[in-house]
Design a protein around this ligand. Sequence first.
Ligand code: ADP
Length: 165
Amino acid sequence: MTANIGLFPGSFDPFTNGHLATVKRALSIFDKVIIAVVTNTRKNALFTTQEKVDLIETAVADLSNVEVIAAPQKLTVDLAVSLHASALIRGLRNANDFEYEAGIAQMNKAQNPDIETVFFVADQRYTFISSSMIKEVAAFNGDISALVPANVEEALKYKIQHQSV
Ligand code: ADP
């Protein structure tokens, strides 16, 4: 039987406990989850793509059947096909996410009707977590220890000390 692979694309700047919870839940449905770090040209990234890949790899090290890649510059549905993924994985925190994500999912469906998008409604504990808010709070030395994996917290502190966020 062919493995049921889910592709979780995102900016992950940085990867949070909300993203991690989504990966764990996706593993109950998919045989394998591939996390693809996408370079989002509209967002000014704090971490480089390679830094993000390294941080996520460490954060998911204790999970089996998870792979982390830097997404090549191509359509997400084309990437899914090339990785033999049957579905895209995304998370929904609120109505804003829904509107934004529904548009992306419909556009992806129009590009390739064979690729489905599967949504995970955010865990209540993490609904308020966004990568951008994490960066803001971290910049002012706020406590983010419960919101991001420990290695991400460490990397954020390092960035803040060595460059402006
Ligand atoms: P993108 O720039 O592609 O939106 P993000 O890294 O911001 O990348 O988010 C990737 C996916 O994870 C999106 O579907 C987003 O809605 C979801 N997500 C972000 N934060 C959370 C969270 N706290 N809980 C669950 N899903 C989340």
